[in-house]
Ligand binder design. Structure first.
Ligand code: PLP
Length: 447
């Protein structure tokens, strides 16, 4: 896979290099140059194709030129010992459950692929790496779980003391082994600044092979395209009308991965970008003005993003053409009151819990279906055969017990993996919000 930067100044590079680099040196995001036509591959699978098989075959198309085929297969098998699940709600809507991985959120797909890939390459090159990440909660637990006990890798996670939920703190701090949780006396912004300053610290970088694992990394984005393809294989013999995807979005990585799959020929008639009141992208779609701003706190807090970084990739895909993006992506905005109402209603109707992020997507999809005919990318309005919308279910409801209890009067049970963490002792190191202290810690421990 050849990649270039969305800012077009940095040199072209390989997937492996982009994955270890994260951000391009010109400040842009890495973006694949080739757009292969994978339609015949997609049509070769039916609903018996396993997620792993789909992931493997798609990866081979892109990466065989730079990674040995056998090694690549091993990377995929080690990454995905879990799978998405498609739950048909009714004729018109399905939920694509992406929360059956180790941290019970969709970020597991990207993080586990990245960790497995890095482990293989580092072993091959006989190198050690330190992954440094700041988290406000969810990303950190996916990264921690993904890199837990990976060989030749240590993970250092900075989180703001007292500002992540009890459950999130347990997920971050109870692993031990090669996962080091640093509790920062400060805010999430302080944590992010400290990470950024560490990457700019030449003494530190000379002593330690420092790597990031944040969500803009192409190594996390690319594998997220696999489950859109997976959903299609489950549905293609079952539905007759158009297929749409509805994606609860914050940084728009998840949606961008779906658009990649569509670029490779996945027959998607339109995407619905569902946001909470942090609606910079829906606003752009409607009014053609992009105005990033400070984020506001909501119940679907993993989507509280005021300046979505993947917008740069979306612009690149649609050639900076507003109309082209609007044809393919429809925006919907859902506030907290509506989110709560949707959780309550879903529970009443189906006896099932959905988390606040999924609820945002589900309500957005229902609005689109309730409108007179669903507008599609090619200008058609769906008529005759009804369209089907796949809503991405991004987090396990048990991660948001308080909210669910408020909305439904009941509490979802904790899955075993989460229940276990609740009883383990916390292992973390307290640190001031000071980059020098962080640098000392890292050098002492890893150089
Ligand atoms: C991160 C996250 C999102 C938003 O995904 P983006 O790729 O940032 O748009 C939605 N739901 C949950 C549960 C998340 O953790």
């Amino acid at each position: 896979m050849r990649l270039h930067s969305t800012r077009h100044k940095a040199a072209e590079t390989t997937f492996t290099h982009a994955l270890f680099t994260g951000l391009a040196p010109d400040g842009g995001l890495y973006h694949p140059l080739e757009i292969p036509d994978l339609r015949s591959l997609f049509e070769s699978w039916d609903k018996t194709a396993s997620f792993c098989r789909i992931a493997e075959q798609v990866s081979h198309v892109f990466l065989d030129s730079e990674v040995d085929a056998e090694v690549l297969s091993r990377i995929i098998k080690r990454a995905f010992d879990f799978s998405p699940a498609l739950r048909r709600v009714d004729e018109r809507i399905s939920l694509l459950e992406l929360f059956h991985g180790p941290s019970f959120a969709f970020k597991d797909f990207g993080a586990c692929f990245l960790a497995s890939f890095m482990e293989e390459i580092l072993a091959e090159e006989n190198k050690h790496a330190v992954i440094l990440v700041a988290t406000s909660g969810d990303t950190g637990s996916a990264v921690a779980r993904a890199f837990f006990k990976k060989k030749n890798i240590d993970v250092v996670i900075l989180f703001p003391k007292g500002r992540v939920s009890y459950l999130q703190e347990k997920q971050l701090t109870t692993l031990g082994a090669n996962v080091h949780a640093l509790e920062v006396e400060g805010s999430f912004d302080d944590c992010q600044r400290m990470v950024k300053e560490s990457f700019g610290n030449s003494r530190l970088r000379a002593g330690i092979n420092l790597t990031s694992a944040n969500s803009i990394n192409i190594g996390r984005l690319f594998p997220q395209s696999f489950y859109y393809i997976y959903a299609y294989t489950r549905l293609r013999q079952e539905i007759e009308g158009d297929l749409l995807f509805c994606v609860p979005s914050g940084n728009f990585g998840n949606l961008t991965a779906g658009i990649y799959a569509w670029c490779w020929g996945l027959p998607v008639s339109r995407f619905i970008a569902a946001t909470n009141i942090n609606d910079v992208v829906p606003e752009y779609l409607e009014h053609n003005v992009f105005s990033p701003r400070a984020s506001m706190h909501t119940l679907s807090n993993a989507m509280d993003v005021g300046n979505p970084s993947n917008f740069e990739r979306m612009q690149e895909i649609f050639g900076h053409d507003h109309d082209a993006m609007v044809r393919m992506i429809h925006g919907e905005v859902v506030n907290d009151t509506q989110t709560m109402e949707q959780i309550t209603e879903f529970y009443k109707q189906h006896g099932l819990f959905i988390d606040p992020h999924t609820a945002v997507g589900y309500l957005a999809a229902r609005r689109v279906l309730a409108a007179d005919g669903v507008p599609l990318a090619d200008g058609r309005v769906s008529a005759g055969k009804p369209p089907h919308i796949v809503c991405l279910a991004t987090a396990h409801p048990a991660k948001f017990r308080e909210t669910l209890k408020q909305a439904t009067g009941h509490e979802p049970e904790l899955p075993e993996g989460l229940a276990q963490a609740m009883h383990l002792p916390k292992q973390s190191i307290e640190i001031k919000n000071d980059s020098r202290e962080l640098a000392e810690f890292l050098l002492q421990k890893f150089s």
